[in-house]
Design a protein around this ligand. Structure first.
Ligand code: ADP
Ligand code: ADP
Length: 222
């Protein structure tokens, strides 16, 4: 069963001087439960693709379907709700909020839902246990190592039980040991049924996933 379907996606960025076609007529289907790697040289449109899949941006042409829902026809509010419930994001540079401690960072996605403070706290504690950081809940991001920060970011991505995780170079800022820990956690989540789409430059890491899709210059080449 397909969970994400991109049909004929074209994305053009326009500034006052230049037009950049970041993606041109891209078709891609992600099956439910799949662990997919996206590879390709810098500037080929990988982040753009992930942003579109994550409903953070809209295409100029084409359709994006998530669970057979045509997202291009959704209203903004619907889209935000959909994004919050279906998707978890992990970025290369963690994107944690330095003024909030680990627990508060992880609880953030739940603030937009009708949840009690107690249930948010319980959910955050549970995912922090899962990523091995229960002893760091009251720490602030600046007091943690890169690998620990990424584990917090992963906990935040999964606290709302998303069906899909979109990860943009999740190991890009980590040494190989910390990177391997993050991959272990991603594999575990995938085994539990979460669909994962990951952008990576690391051929070795990509080969450990189920499928690699390669891009060149805004087009899918393999
Ligand atoms: P990748 O993630 O593969 O490095 P990107 O998706 O970030 O590639 O970028 C694809 C192309 O679109 C690049 O040529 C990049 O310069 C351009 N681009 C990306 N974001 C913007 C933007 N916000 N405005 C203008 N051009 C952009
Ligand atoms: P510290 O002990 O200094 O707080 P960590 O929180 O990184 O440091 O824990 C020490 C080690 O425990 C880490 O290097 C990591 O390999 C490992 N670890 C424990 N639980 C997990 C987990 N669930 N996922 C990944 N790594 C874990």
């Amino acid at each position: 069963m397909e969970i994400i379907k991109l049909e004929g996606i074209t994305k053009v960025y326009r500034t006052s001087e230049v037009e950049t076609t970041a993606l041109e007529n891209v078709n891609l289907t992600v099956r439910k439960g799949e662990f997919l790697s996206i590879m390709g040289p810098s500037g080929c449109g990988k982040s753009t693709l992930l942003n579109l899949m994550g409903l953070l941006d809209v295409p100029d042409k084409g359709n994006i379907l998530i669970n057979d829902t045509r997202t291009t026809e959704m209203k903004d509010g619907e889209m935000a709700e959909f994004r919050n419930e279906m998707l978890g994001f992990v970025f290369q540079s963690f994107h944690l909020i330095n003024s909030l401690n680990v627990l508060d960072n992880v609880e953030l996605p739940l603030l937009y839902r009708n949840s009690t403070a107690k249930s948010r706290r319980e959910a955050a504690v549970k995912v922090l246990e899962k990523v091995g950081l229960s002893h760091r809940m009251r720490h602030f991001p600046t007091q943690l190592s890169g690998g620990q920060c990424q584990r917090v970011a992963l906990a935040r991505a999964i606290v709302g039980n998303p069906q899909i995780i979109l990860a943009d170079e999740p190991t890009g800022n980590l040494d190989s040991k910390m990177g391997a820990e993050i991959m272990e956690l991603l594999f575990q989540l995938n085994e539990e049924g979460t669909t994962i789409v990951m952008v990576t430059h690391d051929e070795h890491i990509a080969e450990s996933t189920q499928r690699i899709v390669r891009f060149f210059d805004g087009r899918r080449v393999e």
